[in-house]
Design a protein around this ligand. Structure first.
Ligand code: LLP
Length: 427
């Protein structure tokens, strides 16, 4: 038996067949059809324990960024483990509440909060709004006053730090749309302090995603702490510092720090600067879920051409957009180990009518028609970014707990897809 993802339980090869916990991937594909997202409860609990160990004995809090994967069953596990949630929409708010979270377990991020989003969040009494602009401060103040409430806020500052990640998932540079610029932050806090509908709670930053080194986090932390110091001098006290999410995972040969290392390093920064007493908030998404899920797909055709070999599968960019959107190198394995001798180089592509519809390029695979392939590391930003393009129904999701498989989202049907639309009356 060999683990498929080093250091993470849940996926292993047993006698040449891929298993999720105690169930063979082939069996799952037969029973639930493909494409299929499969999550391991053991892997989820392993990652939750890692983050919780990091904050043990401290006043720090972990808010799961549910945009990475918002399935209610996963949210249930996080809520039961005592994690809070980082949300970015009224839809995510509703999901967090449905999973049993209290308002005080929720921080609300995002650049474009609408009036109705803000109302819903105030109604739920969220722990903190992470505010990204002065107009948003004005709006939250006005909505809070109209509801005779006070909104607790943090300003998300843009520290202008290079997270050294893909440009589409880099958020802490001054040409990104996110946050209030470092230079304007103190003035913005002074404005907020004068608004009667607001209570200043903390400071926030999030510099990007899939960050695999500690240095950018530490660089950003020191800039945030410069502001905490400046605010202190102005008599503006904070009750927490939110360092956002962004911790990367090992998709191929990356060697990201562990959650504990990140937490220890940032705690140390805060201590060194005299703010060790302030609780730190973290908003991890990917590092909690990426390695807990795989996407199963069936090989429809093997298509050799003069230029390339194509392996055409039944999953597509509509199920997993990361390879085409971010040039992400996601690992693919055959669920039945075949002899290396039969291996060829393939582009693994889906049925969607776009040349950008690929899951992997130039990948050496020993594969036959009808085989089941598994994309590992697919638990984050897979299903949550799925679409219905080409009128494809979104995949089913199952959660494996030892030898039990729970269907946690049934496969979408064509009827589901059409249910929201109306025909024109016959005239
Ligand atoms: N907090 C905020 C304010 C965020 O914007 C994000 C992610 C997170 C936390 C969680 O970051 P994480 O720990 O997952 O890196 N779809 C892209 C990733 C987009 C991340 C957007 N913001 C991908 O598939 O790589």
């Amino acid at each position: 038996m060999s683990d498929v993802i080093p250091g993470i339980p849940g996926f292993s090869f047993r006698g040449g067949a891929l298993f999720c916990e105690d169930i063979a991937a082939e069996k799952l594909a037969q029973r639930f059809q493909t494409p299929l997202y499969v999550y391991s409860r053991a892997a989820l609990e392993h990652n939750i324990a890692d983050w919780k160990r990091g904050i043990e004995g401290t006043p720090h809090r972990v808010f799961y960024a549910m945009k990475a994967n918002g399935n209610l069953a996963l949210l249930d596990l996080f809520a039961r483990a005592g994690l809070g949630f980082d949300i970015v929409s009224a839809g995510e708010l509703a999901r967090a509440l449905a999973a049993g979270a209290k308002g005080q377990d929720i921080v609300y991020s995002g650049v474009g909060k609408s009036v109705s989003d803000i109302k819903a969040a105030l109604q739920a009494d969220v722990c903190c709004f992470n505010v990204e602009s002065i107009p948003e401060l004005d709006r939250i103040n006005a909505v809070a006053l109209s509801m005779e409430k006070k909104a607790r806020i943090s300003l998300r500052v843009n520290p202008n730090v290079d997270a050294k990640t893909h440009p589409y998932i880099s958020t802490g540079l001054k040409n990104n749309k996110f946050g209030i610029s470092f230079e304007c932050a103190v003035e913005a806090y002074k404005k907020a302090a004068a608004m009667p509908g607001l209570v200043i709670s903390g400071i926030d930053c999030h510099i990007g995603s899939q960050i695999t080194e500690l240095a950018p986090f530490i660089h950003a932390a020191h800039k945030v702490l410069d502001l905490v110091e400046a605010l202190d001098a102005e008599g503006i006290a904070l009750d927490h510092i939110d360092f956002g999410g962004g911790l990367g995972v090992r998709y191929a040969d990356e060697e990201p720090p562990k959650a504990q290392e990140l937490i220890a390093a940032l705690t140390q920064c805060a201590k060194e600067r005299g703010f060790g007493h302030l609780p730190l908030y973290f908003e991890p998404g990917r590092s909690l879920v990426a390695q807990t899920g795989m996407l199963l797909m069936r090989v429809e055709y093997l298509k050799p051409t003069a230029a390339k070999n194509f392996c055409i599968v039944d999953a597509a960019m509509t199920d997993m957009i990361r390879p085409t959107l971010y040039q992400a190198q996601m690992r693919l394995v055959n669920c039945i180990e075949r002899s290396e001798g039969a291996a060829l180089e393939y582009d693994v592509v889906g049925p969607v009518c776009e040349s950008g519809d690929f899951l992997a390029k130039n990948r050496t695979l020993a594969v036959c028609e009808d085989d089941i392939l598994a994309m590992t590391g697919a638990g984050a930003y897979g299903m949550s970014m799925a679409s219905n393009y080409n009128a494809r129904s979104r995949a089913a999701e199952v959660l494996i707990d030892a030898d039990k498989a729970w269907l946690i989202r049934r496969r979408e049907t064509i009827e589901d897809q059409m249910a929201l639309e109306s025909r024109l009356p016959q005239v």
